[in-house]
Design a protein around this ligand. Sequence first.
Ligand SMILES: Cc1ncc(COP(=O)(O)O)c(C=O)c1O
Length: 426
Amino acid sequence: MITPYTKMSRRKLEEEYKKVKKEYEDYKGKGLKLDMSRGKPAPSQLDLSMPMMDVLNGTSDCDEELDCRNYGCPGGISKAKKLMADLMEVSPDNVIVFGNSSLNIMFDLISTAMNKGIMGSTPWCKLDKVKFLCPVPGYDRHFAVTEYFGIEMINIPMTPEGPDMDMVEKYVNNDPEVKGIWCVPKYSNPQGITYSKETVKRFAALEPAAEDFRIIWDNAYIVHHLYEDDQDVLYSLPDECAKKGKPDMFYMLASTSKITFPGSGVSALAASEANLKDVFGRLKWQTIGHDKMNQLRHVRFLKDSEGIRQHMSKHADLIRPKFELVNEILQKNLAGLDIGSWIKPKGGYFISFDSMDGCAANIINKAKEAGVVMTGAGSTYPYHKDPHDSNIRIAPTYPEIDDLREAAELFTVCVKLVSLEKIINS
Ligand SMILES: Cc1ncc(COP(=O)(O)O)c(C=O)c1O
C-alpha cells in the first residue's frame, strides 16, 4: 500500500528524502547527456520516408498537370491539393498548398492581419489593443508568434474536452479586441487532448464581437495516432461553421512535417473561398509558387489518404513503445504519491505532466543538473509564465529507448526530490 507523500509523517518524509536524494546523487554521478526537450521524430522515423527521395530522379517525368520544374500553379498542383485536402478532411477547392512549414503560414496570417487587415477590416496595428486567446498548456511557438507582434495573450484553461468554452464564449462574444484563438484540436500539444464534438459545435456557434475574429485550427497532429484500434475522431469545424453560416471564421493548417521530413515537408491552409481569395491576394505577390518538386515527391510517395494511413501506422509502431515506456515509469514511480498527474495520450507527440504547484522549474533544473534536458519551465504558457509553475512537457519520440528509460527514471526521481523538499519545508 503506497502512502501519499502529502499524508506521510515527518519522520517518514525525512527517511524518504534521504533515500531519494541518494538516488539522485547516483544519477548525477553517471554523467548522463540526454534530451527529452523537443518533439522531433527519431532518425528511425525519418528513415521511413527515405524512399521518397527515390521517387524522383534525373530521368523522372515531372509533368503533373504542368512541368513541375518550372514556375506556375502558385496555389499548389492539383494532386498536392487533393492530398492535403484528404489529410485535413476538406474539399481541395478550399486548400492552398504552401511551402515547408505550417508555422510559417500562421506567422504570415498574423503578420498580414497586423499590416493589412483581414478581408478589408482595419489592420490590427492601427488598433489600440489586440488580444488572442491561448488555451493552456499549449504550443510555445504559437505563443511566440503573438508575443512577437505585441498581441496581448489571455490564458484559457484546457479541460479534457478542449478549451474552457464558457471563457472562450465570454471573451469572443463580448470583447471586440479579441481577434483570435490558437487551437491544436486533435492530440493537442502538449496534452494529447482531442476537442469533443460539443466543443467543436460551441466553437462554430461563437458570435464574435470582432468581425475579423479567426479560430486558428492547427491540425498538426491530425493523423498522428498511437493505436490502430483506439483513435480519437475530431468533429469537423468547417462543416459545422458552414451550417452556422460562418464559413470564414477559421483558418485550418496542417503539414507533413511529422509525416515525412520536418522542415522539408509540405504545408497547407484550408479555409473558406473568401478567406482563400484574401490570402491569395497577397500570396501572388509573395511568391511565384512554392516548391512543386517537393509537392510532386510527396504525391508520388504518399499517394492518398490510405497511403498516409499506412505510413503513419509505421510511425506509430516506432513511437508507441516510447510513450508506453514513459507512462509505465511514471506509473511505477509516482502513482499514488499525490505529487503529480499526467495524461496517457492516444496520439500526438507529447506527454504533459503536472507537478505540485511551484515545483516545475525546480524539477527541470534538477534534471538538467543530472544531465537530462527537458522543455524549459513555463514554455507551455504565454510569456513563459506558468501561473502554477507546474506543467512540464515530456517529448518521448527522439531519444533511443534505453536513453529514454534512463531519462524518465531520473525525471521521476527529480519529481520526488523536489516535491519532498516542498512538503518538508512547508
Ligand atoms: C501544434 C504544432 N503546430 C505546428 C508545428 C510546426 O509545424 P510545421 O513544421 O509545419 O511548421 C508544431 C511542431 O512541433 C506543432 O506542435
